[in-house]
Design a protein around this ligand. Structure first.
Ligand code: NAP
Length: 250
C-alpha cells in the first residue's frame, strides 16, 4: 500500500485547482492532478513541489472517469481526498466577459444547450466522479470529499433583496452550484455513518479563466477553505457549506 496520503483534484491543471494541488503536495500528499488534457496536466505538475502526478480525467466522460479510478486502484490502492473542483461558468466562446456571461445566462434567454453543458460538468460530473471514486475513498482511514461550490448558488443569499450580487443569479452557473450543494448534502447524509466527510467550499471571487480574470482574490486565498476541508480531523463536520468567514447558508 502507498505510504503517503493520496489526493485527487479535478481540473487541477490551472486556477484554484492547481493551487489546491500545490497546497496538498506541500503537506505531504501524493497529488493526482486531474486534467482533461493530459499534456496540460503534465505541464502543471512541473510547477508543483512534491509528489504530483498528472491524471487524464474529463469529468463528463464516463470512460475517462472509469479509467482514472482503475489507474488509482492499480497504482495506489486508495484515495484519501477527492476535491471536485472542475467546473465551467458557461459553454460559449472563451474570453467572455462577466457582463457577457451574465447577459447570456439570464433565465429568460439562456440557451438550453448551454445550461445542459454547464450542469453536465458542474453537477453530473461531480456525481459521476464521486461515485467512481467512493470505493477508493472507503479504503482510506479518513476519506474527505470537498466540492468546490460558490455563494452564487446560495438560494438564501440570492433571495435576500439586500444582496447586491443577486442580479448575477441566472439559469446556468449559479443554479448548477445550488444543485452541487444539494448533491453534497445527499452524499454527506448517505455517508454519515462512515469515516468519510463530505463538504462544500466557496473559494470567493478569484481571478481565474472562469471569470475572464475579473475576480478580486488570489488563487492562494481561494485554495484555503477547500484545503482546510480536505484536512479535517475526525471531529470535523460533514454536510456543510462554508468559506473563509464560516458557514454559508444553503
Ligand atoms: P478555471 O481556472 O477556469 O479552472 C477550471 C478547471 O476545470 C480547469 O482546469 C478546466 O480544465 C477544468 N475543467 C473544465 N471542464 C472540465 C471537464 N469536463 N473535465 C475536467 N476538467 C474540466 O476556474 P477556477 O476559478 O479555478 O474554478 C475552480 C472552481 O472554483 C470551480 O468549481 C468554480 O466554480 C469554483 N469557483 C470559482 C470562483 C472564481 O471566482 N474563480 C468563485 C466561486 C467558485 P481546462 O483547462 O481543460 O479548461
Amino acid at each position: 500500500m502507498h505510504d503517503k496520503r493520496v489526493a485527487l483534484v479535478t481540473g487541477a491543471n490551472k486556477g484554484i485547482g492547481l493551487q489546491v494541488a500545490k497546497d496538498l503536495a506541500v503537506r505531504g500528499f501524493t497529488v493526482l492532478v486531474g486534467s482533461r488534457d493530459l499534456e496540460r496536466g503534465e505541464a502543471a505538475t512541473k510547477g508543483i513541489a512534491g509528489d504530483a502526478r498528472a491524471l487524464a480525467l474529463d469529468v463528463t466522460d464516463t470512460k475517462s472517469i472509469a479509467a482514472a479510478a482503475e489507474g488509482i486502484r492499480n497504482e495506489l490502492g486508495r484515495l484519501d481526498v477527492l476535491v471536485n473542483n472542475a467546473a465551467i461558468s458557461h459553454a460559449g466562446k472563451s474570453g467572455r466577459s462577466l457582463e457577457e456571461m451574465m447577459k447570456a445566462g439570464r433565465a429568460s434567454v439562456a440557451s438550453l444547450d448551454e445550461v445542459r453543458s454547464v450542469f453536465e460538468t458542474n453537477v453530473f460530473g461531480v456525481i459521476a466522479v464521486t461515485q467512481a471514486m467512493l470505493p477508493l475513498l472507503r479504503e482510506a482511514p479518513a476519506g474527505r470529499i470537498v466540492n468546490v461550490s460558490s455563494t452564487a448558488g446560495s438560494l438564501t443569499r440570492n433571495s435576500d433583496p439586500t444582496n447586491p450580487l443577486r442580479s448575477m443569479f441566472g439559469a446556468s452557473y449559479s443554479p448548477s452550484k445550488t444543485a452541487l450543494n444539494a448533491i453534497t448534502l445527499a452524499f454527506a447524509l448517505e455517508l454519515e455513518s462512515t469515516r468519510i466527510k463530505v463538504n462544500a467550499a466557496c473559494p470567493g471571487f478569484t481571478a481565474t479563466d472562469l471569470n475572464n480574470f475579473q475576480g478580486t482574490r488570489s488563487v492562494e486565498q481561494a485554495a484555503c477553505e477547500p484545503v482546510r476541508l480536505a484536512l479535517l480531523g475526525p471531529d470535523g463536520p460533514t454536510g456543510t457549506f462554508s468559506n473563509d468567514d464560516g458557514v454559508i447558508p444553503w
